[in-house]
Design a protein around this ligand. Structure first.
Ligand SMILES: [Zn+2]
Length: 688
């Protein structure tokens, strides 16, 4: 038995035992905050021992005793990391934040100890240099290449002095990124807009008023109304409130998250992060941090990204200007002499949508009961891939709102376990995402099936009715479920090649293609049923949905692409001296001719994607992968059958099951027969 396990033989800490739960899911009900740190520390130690053993092996390096051994190592560390970081983003509190602060530098150091281990790198390099003679399988070859590249990218080829510098940078960087995220969360949670006079709610639909009243009551002030910076709370205000000052106040609060010159201000943090990232890239031989991050993507270079963005920006901006003019015209008819401002856009767009398409989002909500929409994606996965979903009761969950499903294949074999966690709460980061709780891989002939989590911040149920979603939220469920399928259907031997462990500009492909299905009339009819009467959504509403999908696309694309430009402008900086964040952002927006009536989707100080890690020089990925997704969906459309079995089978086998087992463009061409074109995206959004 392992030494570390015997140390905890009293069995208090669930991480030190084999989970005795159904399907081996984490025993969330038994995990306590005090279990994390000892498990992290033991996990790091155990992993380090395994690494040392591999690195100092007297036998000559082989694929199995080096690369495969590494890929399967660190089991305890993975076990605790998956649980902790999942809960850190979904159900955090001050204790969790304190643990994150304590463990993050240790994890960073551990990561450096792995990648900067000279004996280990020597073994990998030896294998890499003779890879053609090793008789490796396709997957093994890919994994060896991935390891070699990762080691070099993490500094393995640097000299001792440079390695020490890199360690220092990584440590500081991880803390600065952590601080950035914590500041955003603190500022988001701190903001409360209280309304005490009902007059101030003019224009707001009943369900929005009631949600605000319930939020107020929960916060201890019955009889008042509370709005927050959660999108489900403030977006309806922007859409419907006749109170222009209220709209302005909320937009201003949102666009100033972590930019209020208080202890949670992120401007200095951004300066620090950028300085460190530039230093790191240059140390590793790249001119800018964008060059460094993009080296490991489909796009490869900043030039390629900028020209990709330009191909979409021009038609999008043109459309956005037309939309702005149309909204201004509508405002002019009211005769107040007001000029269109960002806090007016949502409100008048909603009015215009009503005039043009006779469509009010509130009319749709009754057809989008959350449970029905979720059943809709399950049914779609059944039609396309033969999957079945069974709700599991009495499973350990980390919050009462979490639900658990068993996912089975057509032949009844287990595909994996899916957790859904859809509602906002304090301690949950905003947005929506998919996370692994455990990964798929094959070891000693056993195919370990994954546990996946889908998380969102969707409109909650209120006393009168269940959770009823808007179109954006429906799309979000389909999107995140696409990521879940990518994780669930994985069939890789090695964990690092499994499921969503793909390059960033490919990972949003399986998720975004799902958004195409959700609005197809034959798919809508399967799930969009009135929550009271069970009536299928009528054809005239479907028709209106179809038409209105072209609506406001100039705005949508412009705010999205502007954020991608801002990200690229930051990460192509070479200058490490201090700079003024607001000036930098303004200059970046001026360069692309951004119009003042639209805010960039994320201002710098709360642009979590790019400043907390994951998407630095990577925000373009959403549009890049959307091109892949729309072009791939076009293949289904071309057959006239969105459920085409031959294609869905090919999509499962050639994309969803393959993880990172080959170059993503090769996977794509294998499915589609050719490289993708942006036409399908531009047409879908009415930009061409
Ligand atoms: Zn996504």
């Amino acid at each position: 038995m392992n030494m570390l396990l015997t140390n905890y033989a009293n069995g208090e800490n669930p991480f030190f035992q084999n989970y005795k739960t159904p399907f081996g899911v984490p025993p969330f009900d038994k995990i306590k905050t005090e279990h994390y740190l000892p498990a992290f520390q033991a996990g790091i130690k155990q992993h380090q021992n395994e690494i040392d053993k591999i690195a100092t092996n007297k036998l000559a390096p082989t694929f199995d005793n080096t690369v495969a051994a590494l890929d399967y190592s660190g089991e305890l560390l993975k076990k605790v990391s998956y649980v902790f970081f999942n809960l850190y983003s979904t159900d955090s509190n001050e204790q969790m934040e304190a643990i994150a602060e304590q463990i993050t530098p240790q994890l960073t150091e551990h990561n450096d100890n792995l990648y900067l281990n000279e004996a280990l790198f020597k073994r990998i390099k030896t294998l890499y240099e003779q890879k053609d003679k090793l008789g490796l399988s396709f997957e093994q070859n890919r994994l060896l290449e991935k390891y070699y590249k990762n080691f070099v990218r993490n500094g393995a080829a640097l000299n001792a002095e440079q390695k020490a510098q890199l360690r220092e940078i990584n440590k500081e960087l991880s803390l600065a990124e952590l601080q950035f995220g914590q500041n955003v969360l603190a500022e988001t949670n701190a903001y409360q807009k209280w309304i005490t006079d009902e007059k101030d709610l003019a224009g707001l639909p009943d369900n929005v008023r009631q949600a605000a009243a319930e939020a107020a009551e929960q916060a201890g002030r019955k009889g008042a109304w509370l709005f927050t910076l959660q999108k489900a709370s403030f977006i309806p205000v922007l859409q419907y409130s006749k109170n222009r000052d209220l709209r302005k106040e909320l937009v201003t609060a949102y666009t100033h998250i972590a930019n209020n010159n208080n202890q949670h201000d992120n401007k200095a943090v951004i300066n620090k992060i950028m300085k460190l990232r530039i230093q790191k890239a240059q140390l590793l031989g790249f001119p800018t941090s964008a060059d460094y991050y993009l080296d490991d993507t489909m796009a490869k270079t900043p030039d390629k990204v900028y020209s990709f963005l330009a191909s979409l920006w021009e038609p999008s901006l043109k459309k956005a200007k037309e939309e702005a003019a149309e909204l201004q015209q509508l405002m002019d008819t009211e005769g107040k002499g007001e000029k269109l401002e960002p806090w007016d856009w949502w409100f008048y767009a909603e009015k215009l949508r009503k005039i043009k398409y006779d469509l009010n989002e509130e009319v749709l909500r009754p057809y989008f009961k959350l449970e029905n929409v979720r059943q809709g994606v399950f049914d779609l996965a059944s039609r396309l891939y033969g999957l079945q979903f069974k709700k599991l009761n009495n499973m350990p969950v980390y919050h009462p709102e979490v639900e658990v499903f068993e996912v089975l294949d057509a032949d009844g074999s287990l595909v994996g376990i899916l957790y859904t966690d859809y509602f906002p709460r304090a301690g949950k980061q905003s947005g929506a995402w998919m996370n692994n709780i455990s990964e798929q891989y094959i070891k000693n002939g056993v195919n370990f099936r994954p546990v996946i989590c889908n998380v969102g911040n969707l409109t909650k149920s209120i006393a009168e009715h269940p959770s009823l979603l808007n179109m954006d939220e429906v799309e979000t469920i389909f999107h995140e479920f696409g990521h879940a399928l990518h994780g669930l259907l994985a069939q890789s031997t090695y964990p690092s090649l499994s499921g969503t462990n793909v390059v960033r500009d490919f990972v949003e492909f399986p998720s975004q293609i799902m958004e195409n299905w959700c609005w197809e009339p034959e798919v809508l009819k399967t799930y969009a049923r009135h929550y009271q009467t069970n009536e299928i959504i009528p054809d005239d509403l479907i028709e209106k949905i179809q038409q209105s999908r072209l609506f406001n696309q100039g705005f949508n694309m412009t705010e999205l692409l502007a954020a991608a430009y801002l990200d690229m402008d930051y990460h192509t900086r070479k200058d490490t001296s201090d700079f003024n964040v607001e000036d930098f952002e303004n200059a970046s927006m001026a360069k692309i001719g951004m119009i003042p009536q639209i805010h960039v989707r994320y201002h710098s100080t709360y642009f979590n994607h790019i400043f907390t890690g994951g998407y630095c020089a990577g925000y373009y990925s959403y549009s890049w992968a959307e091109v892949l997704a729309d072009d791939a969906f076009q293949a289904f459309k071309e057959t006239g059958d969105v459920y085409n079995q031959e294609l869905s089978f090919a999509f499962r086998k050639k994309i969803l099951e393959r993880g990172d087992s080959d170059e993503p463009m090769k996977l794509y061409i294998d499915f589609r027969g050719k490289e993708p074109l942006p036409d399908a995206l531009l047409i879908k959004r009415g930009l061409k």
